[in-house]
Design a protein around this ligand. Structure first.
Ligand code: EPZ
Length: 422
């Protein structure tokens, strides 16, 4: 069954749109429940495909889960297996997060090595190197990373690049290692800090969260906890750009943690967008007729997030002049530009920089999503374009945006879902 979105563009969007819990905080939090057998309540977990997939993997290990009113209950008391099935793991790279959780919780793991990805090579060498420095014996067998460890011993690990999931994996494993682990050049993303705070609540001893170096004193045992997932800053950034797409739009984005979006908010203001505080954790998006061209360079947090890059490209097709976006995190994250050019956008990609000429009116056209963020960005382009846009491969979008179509409809967007028997 193929799903696609049919969008009639240029309809002014008005109203409030609420940000859901963060996908990239929920996925490691679900894995962390393997570090101490017991009952967990995770509040504000978004109902998106990647979360469902992660929970299916948990079930295959022997855990149970149930979605209740506004939380998911996970019980890991009966987890016995450390084998992650390829069919499920191959659907999302974040399944690598089972490596740190299982090695920490069970001193062994069989986790499929992630395959290729549309946005870049995305190797997992930092994860492998770190786990083996902690004492894990890692072999690659039939495409699986097979890890066994008599015991884990704390040590100093230096990451060549502040990788988000590598930091998360090593934090989880180090929590139950003997002695102290020091992770140098660690990632500082809010989702990494969130996982660290969850582990501390479980009884771990961690210092330096949000800094370049994290210190973890290993414990013999941790305990289950109840936690509330932070709002999704990438979803929030998506909706701020949505509000800025057309002068006639009047959009308020709710449940937004502004402190997690400092750099994107500064860039929006540089482009000429006004973000007005309306009550706690809510921003009204306002824009004038003219948008300014800007330069953007993606970087690890607190730099400009690579996951918001496609949305700003769409917005900057409407700026008066030439904008430059340089992608420094993933080497192949401009695939969507060729779909945008089918809508009439004037963009050239040279090396790792997109050169965007504006203002250019976009015309409706059939386009293909190539990954999660690119897909959602093409929907925004369709909402701003003349006539009708059809977005294919929307499964990518549903991996990370909760009730995306419903939320857009609530603002008055003309969008519908069609399913083809194929
Ligand atoms: C996380 O991916 C996010 N995913 C990504 O979000 C996000 O784009 C990325 O961080 C950067 O912010 C989750 O949190 C589940 P990295 P991750 O390791 O951890 C290189 C979305 O749209 N690297 O920080 O996989 C890597 O190739 C997704 O929600 C190595 O070379 O990203 C990249 O160039 C997409 N070796 C850079 O580091 C390694 O072992 C940063 O990647 C690990 C990473």
């Amino acid at each position: 069954m193929e799903r696609k979105y049919i969008i009639k563009g240029r309809k002014p969007l008005k109203g409030e749109i609420e940000v859901s819990g963060a996908k990239n905080a929920s996925l490691p939090a679900i894995c962390a429940t393997l570090l101490a057998p017991g009952l967990y309540k995770l509040k504000n977990v978004p109902k998106v495909r990647d979360v469902f997939n992660m929970l299916k993997i948990m079930e295959s290990l022997g855990a149970t889960y149930e979605f209740k009113k506004d939380y998911v209950e996970i019980n890991t008391e009966k987890v016995e297996s450390v084998f992650i099935p390829y069919e499920l793991a191959s659907q999302m790279r974040a399944s690598i997060l089972f490596l740190g959780a299982l090695v920490g919780g069970f001193k062994s793991a069989i986790v499929p090595m992630p395959g290729g990805c549309a946005i870049g090579k995305r190797p997992v060498d930092f994860h492998i190197k770190g786990i083996s420095q902690l004492g894990g014996n890692i072999q690659l067998e039939k495409g699986n990373l097979v890890v066994s460890a008599k015991k884990l011993k704390g040590t100093q690990i230096v990451l060549d690049f502040p990788s988000v999931t590598a930091t998360e994996n090593l934090m989880m494993a180090a929590c139950l290692a003997e002695g102290e682990t020091i992770i140098k050049n660690s990632a500082k993303e809010p989702e990494v800090i969130f996982l660290g705070e969850m582990l501390k609540k479980m009884g771990a001893e961690i210092k330096g969260l949000g800094e370049d170096t994290i210190y973890i004193k290993g414990k013999k045992k941790l305990k289950p906890v109840n936690i509330e997932i932070i709002p999704d800053r990438i979803e929030a950034g998506t909706y701020l750009v949505l509000g800025a797409l057309m002068e006639e739009n009047e959009v308020v984005v709710k449940n937004i943690k502004k402190e997690h979006l400092k750099t994107p908010i500064l860039k929006l203001e540089e482009i000429g967008i006004t973000l007005e505080d309306v009550g706690k954790d809510a921003l009204r998006v306002k824009r004038g007729r003219i948008l300014n061209p800007v330069k953007i360079i993606t970087a690890p947090y607190p730099g400009f997030p690579t996951d918001l890059q496609p949305f700003f490209t769409i917005l900057l097709t409407q700026a008066e002049g030439i904008s430059f976006i340089t992608e420094n995190i993933f080497e192949n994250r401009f695939l969507y530009v060729y779909e945008l050019k089918r809508m009439g956008a004037e963009i050239e990609v040279e090396n790792r920089t997109a050169i965007i000429k504006g203002p250019t009116p976009l015309m409706g056209s059939p386009v293909k999503a190539t990954d999660l963020r690119a897909g959602a960005a093409l929907v925004l382009a369709g909402l701003m374009a003349e006539n009708t846009t059809t977005v294919y491969n929307v499964e990518f979008i549903e991996r990370g945006y909760e009730n995306f179509v419903e939320k857009l409809l609530s603002l008055g967007a003309d969008i519908k879902v069609e399913e083809d028997e194929s």
